[in-house]
Design a protein around this ligand. Sequence first.
Ligand code: MOS
Length: 751
Amino acid sequence: MNPLAESASGMPLIGAPLIGQPLNRTDGHAKVTGAAIYAAEHALPGLLHAVIVTSTIAHGRIANIDTGDAERMRGVRLAMSHHNAPALPEKGRAGAGNPPAGRVLNLLQDDQVLYNNQPVAIVVAETLEQAQDAARTVRITYDAKAAVLDFELAKADLVTPDKVQGSTPDSSRGDHDAGWRDASSRIDATYTTPVENHNPLEPHATVATWNGEHLTLFDSTQYVSGDRTAVAKTLGMSPDQVRVICPFVGGGFGSKGSTWSHVVLAAMAARAAGQPVKLVLTRPQMFGMVGHRPQTEQRLQLGAAADGRLTAVRHHVISGSAFQEPWIEPSAIVTRMLYDSDSQHTTHRLARMHYGVPTFMRAPGEASGSFALESAIDELACAARIDPIALRMQNHAEREPEKGLPWSSKSLRQCYEQGAQRFGWAQRNPEPRSMRHGDLLVGWGMATAAYPANRQAASASATILSDGSAVVCSGSQDLGTGTYTVMTQIAADALGLPLEKVRFELGDTNQPHAPVSGGSQTVASVGPAVHAAATSVRAKLIAMAIGDAASLLHGMNADEIGIEAGWLFLRTLPARREPIARLIERNGGAPIEATSETKPGDEKKQFSMHSFGAVFVEVHVDPELGTVTVPRVVGAYGIGKLMNRKTGHSQLMGGVVWGIGMALQEKTEMDRLTGRAINANLGEYHVPVNADIGDIEIIVVDEDDPYINALGAKGIGEIGITGVAAAIANAVHHATGVRVRDLPITLDKLI
Ligand code: MOS
């Protein structure tokens, strides 16, 4: 079926806005034909290959490092360690903390080792094989010190972070002692989640090339501007001496939201070698120096009155962290806003270990936090013998509970209703082990999904060319999510041009500034800028027609003139029209251009902005083997206006798939003796494959949000993973009567 032939509502789309249509990816052809060039594919003349050598101890110092053999090998141009690495301003820490995801990097500035798999040397050669071969000959001896590699040991020395996602580490509201005492049902349970590592198919990769004092980086990043700022600061350069280019990203999920050590090391190596250098991390090297989701231990205490009303909510989070940087998994943030309750108390503490620093991983905080909270809510529903949806409805927050602000929009009730209806929740027998499918135990579980609706300032430019086509650009990123496609739709709509007449470009610091593609904010941030730039250039075009004595539209009012399919026309008399190209041609042929910056206003102070959803899952559990499958998921979401039904649904489904992986498969096994990830490969670090995934149905409820931005769009990149792990744990309990509070839910925990 032609996707253009029908809209979501079944209405014909001819002449209707492009926004919302289930359009195919505009970059799809380039991707399937291999024409899309990823970071490591940028071929430059004289390109050398770099390989990083990493530490094999978790804590201590390098006693001796001998790169002599490597340096003498054929094709080797350079071997760099802390002995010969150039001294960087502030030992390479100048970039830390700014931009927001600026990190403490390991840039061969000293002999200190703070985690296993930390960069300790870099070898550059003419071919990749020569560099790999030489890297293996680097001989290192260490003075190892005692390392904290045990979470229980780390818990003995908990640290309170200064900030948790821009908020305070602790929160308190109401009289929680009274709320706990007066409750007629109570749950006091501890939930644990493991270390997880991002595994985008495209590994982290950087090509660095110098031209005098100017550096160009082809980098796989979620934030070209942030990359520029962090690299410039770290190397003591001005940002305008650094250009970052990233037209395509093969998945990021938060791990490419920060500038990590390898990016700067590639630049250092290219400068020292005097030639461009390519550096690609191996899959095992992605388990250490580029972040992970830290382990959490979360104690939930819920008290409820006989009618299910929450009287007390306590959520205490201990997050794994690193010694070099206090990054935290902000798991209790979601608990502060999700339900109304008489009292509430949340805390966040750090358990520091000798690991690489943790980082953002799809829905950082909400993914792990919603597992604990939504499992506990389900336990409370069982204890109080209240339907899980009814219990959630009973505690539905009409206003944001912490700040008391109204919601900019909230369709959570509709999500519960439409999701339950579609799933068939009314047919559920609440008794555990009551439902069967042949020999298999059947469980139905559900959970609430939530994620903040973020937005930041962004800029875009739009240019109408003399042939009547347009180029629109913004220095944003497309992580595989659909930025190219959705921005093309937004621009084409605002310009009144057909889709194929608009080219959208992104991923270059020479373009107008855009924020990090993280926090599910790209459409909400960049979309309004694209819309504004396109609207503004359209107004210029119309003004040109009005002012042109030779135009059929001369002297008309601007609001009388429409643009469609490459033509300017009089709305009241559409036959009176002329092609855009002819108008520009007659007026000298120069392109017409406009640049716009848009940013959030005061609405953030007046409203609380979040996406919400409800996810329903069916699990089948083999009672003898303990194996769990998820044949069916229904997710219903209130996410403002959906920009593209196809890419949007895909993104939500991708989130749900990751939620299934989080629930049943994902865990980085850390060696307690060496601090090295044992399963640092895609064979043993399990993520779902097609065979693990059944039917996933996405419902996007109608939602109008007049406050969020001009497009009414909230983000959808992260909400899809939230709630899924809890819904599965709840379904597993319903199927088996066994409550698993420790992820992932593997068969050993069920037999
Ligand atoms: Mo996302 S974890 O905010 O890149």
